[in-house]
Structure formats: C-alpha cells, structure tokens
Write a protein that binds this ligand. Structure first.
Ligand code: UTP
Length: 472
C-alpha cells in the first residue's frame, strides 16, 4: 500500500499520526509498521475508547445477585473430602486432566525486567515461580502415574524469554511432549483523552497483551484445543503465574468439579473485609459471575445475612477447573468476551516533538479481556472455598508495598511449610525459615510419610527432592 493511500485511510480514522516518523524509517521498519497497522481493528478501538467512561452493568446485576453455590471449608465431612479426592485422583490417573498456566502479563507493578515467572521466590532455594509450578506438576503426574500436559500462555512481551528459559532448564523435568507454549494476542494502548493509538517507538505501536481472557482464542489459535482433543483431556486446571501456593491439579477440587457435573469450578477465599480488593463471585439468574471490587458499592459489600456473615463473601483467587467442552463451545465466540478498560501509565514517543515520554501518572487506556467473563456460559458452575493461608499468596508488588510483596509471599510459603511440618509431628521454631521442594512432598500427608521421627527444626532448612532435609 502506498504511503499516500495509508495516510488518507488513517486520516479518516483520526490516526494519521502513526505515520509521523515515516520519513525517518528504513524499508523494513516501514513494512513492519504497515503490518502492525493492518492488524488493528480501528472501528473496535474507536468504539472502546468512546465507551471508556461507561459504567459497568454491575449495579443492574447486583439487584439479582445471590451468594454462589459453594463447597465451604467447614461444610464437608472427612469422608466426603476423601470421596472427592478419590474421584479427582481417578480422573488424573486416567489422563483426562491438563493444566493451563497464564503468564502473558507484563507484571508492571512488580517492576521486574523479565517475565514474572522467572522471579526467584523460593525462601531458601531461590527457585523461580516457573520452576516451582512445573515441579508441582511433575510431582503430581508422578504420584498418579499419569501424563499431565502443561499449556503455557505467553504474550509477545514474555514469549521469547519464557521459551528460552524453559529450553535452557530442560523444562524443569517436564517431558517435551507435555509442554505446549502458545502466545496470546495484543491490543494497542490509546491516549486516554484523544483516543490516538500510542507509538512505543517511531515505527512501533504500543501494544500490550489482551488480558488473561485472551486465553480462549489463543488456545484455539495455538493448537492447544486440538492437542487436548487428541490426548483425551477433558478438564483443564487453570492457574496464574504469580501464586506459588496454588495446589496445581488439586484432586479434591477436580473431584468436586466432576461430582457437580460442572463446566467451571472456581476457588474462592472467604473475604476478610467487606471492601477487600478481590473479585466477588456471585450467582445471577442461575449463572456464576464475578463483580469486581471496584464495581461493588460499599453498601452492597457490607450487606450481611441474618447470622452476621457477609452476603457477598466469596473472593475470587483466579484458580479454576474448566471443562474442555466449554472452551471448545466458546472458542469461536471468544472474540465476543467484553473488554475491560484499565488506565495505565504507558511510555511512548510524542508524535509531534518526537520526544520520549515516561509518564508517572496514567495517560492511556488499555483494553483487556478477563477470564472470569466465561463464567456465565458455564453449566452447573460452582465455587470451592480454600483457606487463603494455604492456597493464596500472589506476588504482585515490589518490596516496600503494603501487600503482595516478595517478602510477604516468601514468609507465607515458609509459614505453610512450618504448618505441614508440625502436622507431620516435627518440632519447628516459631519463625524458622523452611522450604519444602514439591519434589520432596506435595502436601502435608506426603511429608508425614517421609519425615524422620523426632524431627526438630531450629535453623533454616530446605527439604529438597528425595534426599531429605538440608540445613542452610
Ligand atoms: P495481573 O492482572 O496481576 O497482571 O495478571 P500482571 O501483568 O501480572 O501484573 P500488572 O497488573 O502489570 O502489575 C494475573 C495473571 O494473568 C496473567 C499474568 O501473567 C498473571 O499470571 N495475564 C495477565 C496474562 O497471561 N495475560 C494478560 O494479558 C494479563
């Protein structure tokens, strides 16, 4: 396409500034810029920008919202828990379960210059989030004598570094045929006021990943849905890269999912505070939904049942079991998932002065799809409550922030391991730093089987692989 024609087309859309540096670009850069421009759905961007102030329909939903059908922590007998676990174990053993890890986010709040999965988080081992996740998966597969494929979603921001990291470390023990890395799509960042698409560089459009909700379309495009069909995978355990406590492929959760004939089962924690900043899982017209904390008015958040418990108690932690059938059914319409608007500070090149701008306040809007917008399409969706101390420690922020910092995550990991050790009969110092490799024990029960009697821990101790405790 000629420059004149492109300029005319872009002018009609109010986006001709994308060519502001055309004269200074080389041939390859020009071709690349044209290719980037051709991939943009300008009509959609313009509509999304025009609707950026639109209030969500949360208030309307709220008028019909009820607490969701839930398996509560204290609502089951030991026998029921064992039955659920057996059922989940069977499905894993039969090779019907896979895992999907979404790791395409830019991790801006953490301020780490590589993909978040490469962050060293092990309190003593310094293992990265990726390594811990994969070792859990490898240990779960070993325990069940099964193959559990990992579908790993990256984005253009994380793809190369992630792929190289996995190759360099021989996939941390995961067989090559059990790892499929696929890349999600992108959306341009737009100047909040004018709606102009931002230039990251003179010949490069500012693109960001299209949100974890981009997973469905990317699973299809990346061949993962076909792979699942070929292998007979019927359910996917979905988790996010930032939570090292997640019990990957939890048999109990999978068991509840199967017993309820659910197409989407989601883990929640009981909110500690009515205004806690987590999504609220609710039931509207018989369908599960998430109402974001920012959309839930304080008055509604504070509502209580006659027994004093919070009415909207279920806080989402973004761990799901999703039926492959639901993914297949919705893959074609994945494009129909709504976009959410996020205001962000996006560095860019000013198209008039050519100067690089590093804003310290939000200047732009970004558009992202969220995974939980699938929920209303799922049949028989249920929630399963977990204990946050044992299941949820997201790494979101850099050291010094009020919550979700590396120090806090490490301490929560050590606290969990101390708890496992005590339950296994060990004597453990109040604040002892301990770490248990997933390859040594995946849970408190396995630890109890392996721990020598009269174990006493007073100094930092790392239980790695099968060789027992190592003092540090
Ligand atoms: P967050 O919403 O916490 O975003 O992602 P983030 O990118 O990690 O961090 P900030 O907001 O920039 O600080 C939750 C999970 O969803 C994944 C992330 O990798 C993380 O596992 N994610 C997020 C994607 O895979 N793709 C996206 O487009 C966004």
């Amino acid at each position: 396409m000629s420059k004149e024609r492109l300029h005319a087309d872009l002018s009609a859309l109010g986006q001709e500034h994308l060519l502001a540096f055309w004269e200074s670009l080389g041939g390859d850069e020009r071709r690349s810029l044209i290719a980037q421009i051709e991939r943009i759905d300008f009509a959609m961007i313009s509509r999304l920008h025009a609707e950026r102030e639109r209030r969500s329909d949360a208030l309307e939903l709220l008028s019909r919202a009820e607490p969701p059908p839930a398996i509560r922590l204290d609502g089951l007998t030991a026998a029921e828990k064992i039955a659920a676990r057996r059922r989940g174990d069977e499905a894993i053993r039969a090779g019907r379960v896979g895992a999907v890890l979404v790791a395409g986010g830019q991790g801006t709040r953490l301020g780490f210059d590589r993909p978040k999965g490469m962050y060293p988080i092990g309190p003593l081992s310094g293992k990265t989030l990726f390594q811990l996740h994969v070792e859990k998966l490898v240990a779960a597969a070993r325990r069940h004598g099964a193959r559990i494929p990992l579908y790993l979603m990256t984005s253009p921001a994380t793809h190369e570094a992630t792929s190289e990291f996995f190759a360099e470390h021989e996939r941390f023990g995961l067989p090559a045929e059990d790892l499929l890395i696929f890349c999600q799509g992108t959306m341009p960042a737009v100047d909040a006021e004018s709606g102009r698409i931002l230039l990251e560089d003179r010949g490069r459009i500012a693109l960001g990943p299209d949100g974890h909700g981009g997973m469905s379309a990317a699973l299809l495009a990346g061949g993962a849905l076909d792979d699942m069909r070929r292998r007979g995978i019927e359910h996917l355990f979905y988790f996010q890269v930032d939570n090292p406590l997640v019990e990957i492929c939890s048999p109990e959760m999978i068991g509840h999912h199967l017993a309820a004939d659910s197409e989407l089962t989601t883990q929640v924690v009981a909110k500690q505070d009515p205004l806690e900043r987590v999504g609220n899982v609710v039931l509207v017209d018989g369908r599960l939904r998430v109402i974001e904390y920012s959309d839930l008015p304080d008055e509604a958040a504070r509502r209580r049942n006659p027994d004093g418990a919070l009415r909207f108690w279920a806080g989402s932690i973004a761990v799901h079991v999703i039926a492959a059938e639901l993914l297949r059914r919705t893959a074609d319409s994945a494009e129909a998932l709504p976009f959410h608007v996020a205001r962000k500070a996006v560095p860019h090149v000013d198209h008039i002065s050519g100067r690089r701008i590093e804003p310290d306040a939000p200047n732009a809007v970004k558009f992202e799809r969220f995974i939980f917008d699938f929920m209303p399409q799922a049949r028989n969706a249920i929630v399963v409550e977990v204990d946050r101390r044992r299941a949820f420690a997201p790494l979101k922020n850099a050291s010094g922030a009020e919550q979700d910092t590396p120090e806090m995550v490490r301490e929560q990991m050590a606290a969990l391991y101390r708890d496992w050790l005590r339950r296994a009969g060990a004597e453990v110092g109040e604040k002892a730093t301990v770490e248990i490799s997933p390859l040594f024990a995946l849970d408190a029960e396995e630890l109890a089987d392996k721990l020598p009697p009269d174990t006493r821990i007073v100094e930092p101790t790392y239980f790695r692989s099968d060789c027992g405790p190592h003092r540090r």
